[in-house]
Design a protein around this ligand. Structure first.
Ligand SMILES: [Fe+2]
Length: 173
């Protein structure tokens, strides 16, 4: 997906379509941010579900889905982490409770191997957006000692595509 948009931008008439694709993403991201801010202001609808996960694991809880949008809450137990991955669709997430760590990676060459380029703790109230129109290889983890709850809104139809993940990557040794 990323490579397709970059290739189109190299040919003049098609660059407008690439810009259009980005603007669609931005509209989606703006709306998702608004929804997440509402949930941050009053997280009762999610936190009242008393989501949980066993040590070292995370769980995913479906919240909403339609033809363009799929949203889940995640419960992150201490020690849990996702595979290193990127997305084929916009992903906007927020932290409703606790602290999670977001780490970013860059590819080493053209393959599946990546190296760490940055990492940040994301506290309650944080909202982040990932766009499929640029390299966005990341991993979410709970490096703390308390449960964390996040909500993720993706721009894809879960009934058509099985996952928001485009690819998974391996950390360079
Ligand atoms: Fe992700």
């Amino acid at each position: 997906m990323n490579r397709e948009i970059q290739d189109a931008a190299a040919v003049a008439p098609f660059s407008q379509m690439a810009a259009l694709a980005v603007s669609v993403d931005e509209s989606f991201i703006d709306r998702a941010r608004n929804v997440l801010q509402i949930l941050i202001n009053d997280p009762t609808a999610v936190l009242s579900r008393q989501l949980s996960a066993q040590a070292g694991e995370y769980t995913r809880h479906f919240l909403f889905g339609d033809g363009m949008t799929s949203a889940w809450a995640f419960a992150w137990a201490p020690g849990s982490k996702t595979p290193i991955h990127d997305h084929h669709c916009p992903c906007v997430f927020s932290v409703l409770d606790g602290v999670v760590t977001e780490s970013w990676f860059e590819q080493v060459g053209e393959g599946e191997t990546v190296r760490l380029i940055g990492s940040k703790s994301r506290d309650k109230g944080h909202i982040a957006a990932l766009r499929p129109s640029r390299p966005n290889i990341h991993r979410m983890s709970n490096d703390g000692d308390a449960l964390a709850i996040t909500v993720h809104i993706y721009g894809f139809n879960r009934r058509v595509v099985a996952s928001s993940v485009d690819r998974e990557y391996l950390l360079a040794t």
